[in-house]
Design a protein around this ligand. Structure first.
Ligand code: PEP
Ligand code: MN
Length: 298
């Protein structure tokens, strides 16, 4: 069976029967599996906005940003405690201390936390603090990690590998689902394709949103920050993603307070809380996924 009318011929009903729409008749038509993270619901009609720093750098920085994103209407807090960096000489994240800071930020604001886990041996540790575990782009096909995260049973944000096909992406989701956990939210975060790197970091693949919605019942959100790598491009990319039917966004934010330290990681793509507020406002009025009856609560 071909994928969403494209030329690919992979049979998703065999590769990923647990997450394929075709093999799960209760998700017929355009119904979405609602993924709950505390009070937040992905795929229920209201776009979910996740925001926060790229990396947790200090308690002051993360608490300030947590309150700032909450004030403009974000639903969840992001922030990396364990960072996948190109160079081992770069800042690697605060680790356990970063997780404790995130916990405090969640306690103070009521925002649930999503944070990345990179190492199967750390799934239990990260899971003790995170409300949702993020599998980063570089680890989408780290199968032992997917199995461990699946076994933990907490909701998962599964980012697309930067050169992954739809089939490979849903195959990765199947590893998590096979462990009994279908609370998976997919995240398009830009792919490597010519001319990525020339004027933006990656190429944001908006076509994959309706393609995924044909092939799976899992909710899908978009990361406009890593997809573009350029702060100025984050707002238009966010609006386009929501119009294309994205169930939410995950956005990197940095303080606009004079004298605030420059982020150690991904500074060029961080937007201000003020700009985030405009995105939230757009999301609350965008009709992209608002049609009644699309969510499937079971
Ligand atoms: C991130 O969200 O912090 C991140 C590293 O993203 P990605 O895995 O998409 O590069
Ligand atoms: Mn980042």
């Amino acid at each position: 069976m071909s994928i969403a009318g494209a030329t690919a011929s992979a049979d998703l009903t065999k590769i990923c029967p647990l997450v394929s729409r075709r093999t799960n008749p209760k998700y017929e038509a355009d119904k979405t599996h609602v993924v709950r993270v505390k009070q937040v619901e992905f795929g229920a009609g209201r776009p979910v906005i996740i925001a926060g720093p790229c990396s947790v750098e200090s308690a002051e920085q993360t608490l300030e940003l947590a309150h700032a994103v909450k004030a403009v209407g974000a639903d969840m807090l992001r922030g990396g405690a364990y960072k996948p960096r190109t160079s081992p000489h770069d800042f690697q994240g605060l680790g356990l201390v970063g997780l404790e800071i995130l916990s405090e930020a969640s306690l103070q604001t009521g925002l649930p936390i999503v944070t990345e886990v990179m190492d199967p041996r750390l799934v239990e540790q990260v899971g003790a603090y995170a409300d949702m575990l993020q599998i980063g782009s570089r680890n989408m096909q780290n199968y032992p990690l997917l199995v461990e995260v699946g076994r933990l049973g907490k909701p998962v944000l599964l980012k697309r590998g930067m050169a992954a096909s739809l089939c490979e992406w849903l195959g990765a989701a199947e590893y998590i689902a096979k462990e009994g956990n279908r609370n998976i939210v997919l995240c398009e975060r830009g792919i490597k394709a010519y001319p990525s790197g020339e004027y933006s970091r990656f190429i944001l693949d908006l076509n994959v949103i309706p393609a995924l919605q044909s092939e799976t019942f899992l909710p899908v959100i978009v990361d406009p920050s890593h997809a573009t790598g350029v702060a100025r491009m984050v707002e238009p990319a966010s609006r386009s993603a929501l119009e294309a039917g994205s169930h939410g966004l995950i956005v990197e934010v940095a303080s606009e307070r004079p004298g605030a330290p420059c982020p150690k990681c991904d500074a060029a793509q961080a937007i201000s809380p003020t700009a985030l507020g405009r995105i939230v406002e757009f999301a609350r009025t965008c009709i992209g996924q608002k049609a009644e009856g699309r969510a499937c609560a079971v």
